[in-house]
Design a protein around this ligand. Structure first.
Ligand code: FMN
Length: 176
């Protein structure tokens, strides 16, 4: 069952006080794309936040073999859910090692999907939810690597990530 959006308050992305390196590398996030009828979520720790084309943006990186890829391709928006340092590690590890092709990740982990103000899906247990609207997508390419060693090390099977640059359209913090 997908819940209504509650327990969160909007926050101006420019007022967020976060260490983005820590947020991505240590806290991890769930990337979720889809709507109330069908969605998928996966754990991610590679990404970026910034300011581009006069907008606050996120960049996410999704390998083509992920089930989530079908959803980030099909839908115009995605959300990023953050759960706090060391929290929900078991659940995030599950969502980062099992595929939505084989499991209902919400059912298996107990994480509760919630419909966001722009009709995307995020998770009730999150402490921070960021909604994004896709602006630009492209694939990482062998020929574009300046440091070719990274390509050899990260993509030995040539499954280059697709990256999405998304405008941050909403930021929500859990009401405490
Ligand atoms: C900590 C962590 C970070 C990850 N970061 C990414 C990432 O940035 N991009 C990616 O494509 N996969 C990443 N993964 C792998 C996916 O989460 C994993 O393959 C997942 O099972 C895909 O699920 P899906 O098939 O339901 O989309 C990460 C996994 C973990 C545990």
């Amino acid at each position: 069952m997908i819940k209504e959006f509650s327990g969160f308050q909007p926050v101006d992305p420019f007022k967020l006080n976060e260490n983005v390196f820590d947020l991505l590398d240590k806290e991890w996030m769930l990337i979720t794309a889809g709507d109330k009828d069908r969605y998928n979520t996966m754990t991610a720790s590679w990404g970026s936040f910034g300011f581009l084309w006069r907008k606050p943006i996120s960049i996410i990186f999704v390998r083509p073999q992920r089930h989530t890829y079908q959803f980030t391709e099909e839908f115009d928006t995605y959300t990023l859910s953050f759960f706090g340092h060391g929290n929900y590690r078991k659940e995030l590890s599950f969502c980062g090692s099992k595929s939505g092709r084989d499991y209902d990740k919400a059912k298996e982990t107990g994480l509760s999907p919630m419909i966001t103000p722009t009709s995307s899906i995020a998770f009730e247990q999150a402490r921070l939810i960021i909604e994004c609207r896709k602006l630009y997508a492209d694939d990482i390419k062998h020929d574009s690597f300046i440091d070719k060693l990274i390509d050899e090390e990260i993509y030995p099977t040539k499954d280059h990530h697709r990256f999405y640059i998304g405008e941050i359209t909403g930021c929500y913090q859990k009401v405490v």
